[in-house]
Design a protein around this ligand. Structure first.
Ligand SMILES: *Cc1c(COP(=O)(O)O)cnc(C)c1O
Length: 340
């Protein structure tokens, strides 16, 4: 399918403007030279809309668009206490006059007397916040509040963790088209795209976008937590549902997905030495900040692929900066060792 045709189909879907798109894409000259590749950064960390952007804004443009179309008043979403997605959802709700309600899982326990990072921003945004212990079914808890609001005549919109459904993933079909147009204008073809994957919503959208325009760029999705085979069956289904939303009859199977479980270390929100090194490397050679939970781990994978020549010297590689730098101001268990 032509890029123009995909854009035409995307334009038919409900959407609100939240971020500043297209986000920049630019070459990292010094690091390119050091690694022996042509390394570009796609700056979704600069998506807007508050001071701290990130990949969820693309998804939220469609999700909040859908919430407004459905005349909802409240928006429920879910994540860890330091969830970037929850913070960006709260921000989007403020702009659009919706009321955010967050159900957050306490993987790393926040200190109520020293509220930091995204949780602090959620509070500034005035979100209704429910913090629950790790392992609790957040949706089941939220359902009680949803029912209560409904009995009072208020309609709620439910956004899953990470905004990972076919409405949200549509944002990354748009993202894939956007990047392709930017690279085309500069006469560049990407051999590889590296990005961090959590819920899989971003991955599903990127793979769907790639399929639609029949691109042969290899997408390497770096897991930030342990995932089952079943998770990836679901991500493939999500990508297929995303294609249906733009009237495509293509399907995505798990073989279309290249993901790597070797870089998350001990688990979600737990720092790795390689990610700490990657954060310092990017800061000290290019003056750019990435984060310990997502982009640091993904960037550590990129460096390791180049060093082991899984990515051939001279390749053109785009690293998708999905944001997350607020984690640099989170609890010390999340940050890791960045001060040496
Ligand atoms: C949420 C998030 C991701 C992962 O996106 P998914 O769509 O959940 O896979 C990557 N990087 C950052 C900074 C994020 O906040």
């Amino acid at each position: 399918m032509e890029l123009r045709e995909v854009k035409k189909r995307l334009e038919k879907l409900p959407r609100v403007q939240l971020g500043f798109f297209p986000t920049p894409v630019h070459k990292l000259e010094k690091l390119s030279q050091e690694l022996g590749i042509n390394l570009y950064l796609k700056r979704d960390d600069l998506s807007g809309m508050n001071l701290f952007g990130g990949n969820k804004i693309r998804k939220l443009e469609y999700l909040i668009g859908d919430a407004i179309k459905n005349e909802c008043e409240y928006v429920f979403t879910f994540g860890a206490t330091q969830s970037n997605h929850a913070m960006q959802t709260a921000t989007a709700c403020c702009k659009c006059g919706l009321k955010p309600i967050l159900y957050l899982e306490s993987i790393i326990s926040p200190d109520e007397n020293d509220v930091r990072s995204n949780l602090l921003l959620d509070k500034i945004m005035g979100a209704e916040i429910h913090i629950l212990p790790e392992g609790i079914d957040l949706m089941k808890e939220a359902q009680k509040r949803i029912d209560e609001l409904e009995s009072q005549g208020h309609k709620s919109y439910i956004i899953p963790m990470g905004g990972a459904n076919e409405v949200g993933s549509t944002g990354f079909v748009g993202g894939y088209i956007e990047l392709t147009e930017q690279l085309n204008e500069q006469g560049i073809k990407a051999d590889y795209i590296f990005h961090a994957t959590g819920t899989g919503g971003t991955l599903a959208g990127l793979v769907a976008g790639k399929k639609l325009i029949n691109s042969d760029t290899k997408i390497i999705s770096v897991d930030v937590s342990d995932k089952t085979v079943e998770h990836y069956v679901n991500v493939a289904k999500l990508a297929t549902k995303t294609l249906i939303r733009v009237d495509s009859t293509d399907a995505i199977i798990t073989d279309d997905i290249n993901h790597d479980l070797n870089y998350f270390g001990e688990g979600y929100e737990l720092p790795t030495e390689a990610a700490s090194d990657a954060i310092k490397k990017l800061a000290r050679t290019e003056g750019i900040l990435i984060d310990p939970v997502y982009t640091g781990k993904a960037f550590s994978a990129l460096i390791s692929y180049v060093k082991s020549e899984k990515v051939e010297k001279g390749s053109t590689v785009v690293f998708w900066h999905t944001g997350g730098a607020t984690a640099l101001f989170a609890e010390k268990e999340i940050i890791g060792n960045l001060c040496n």
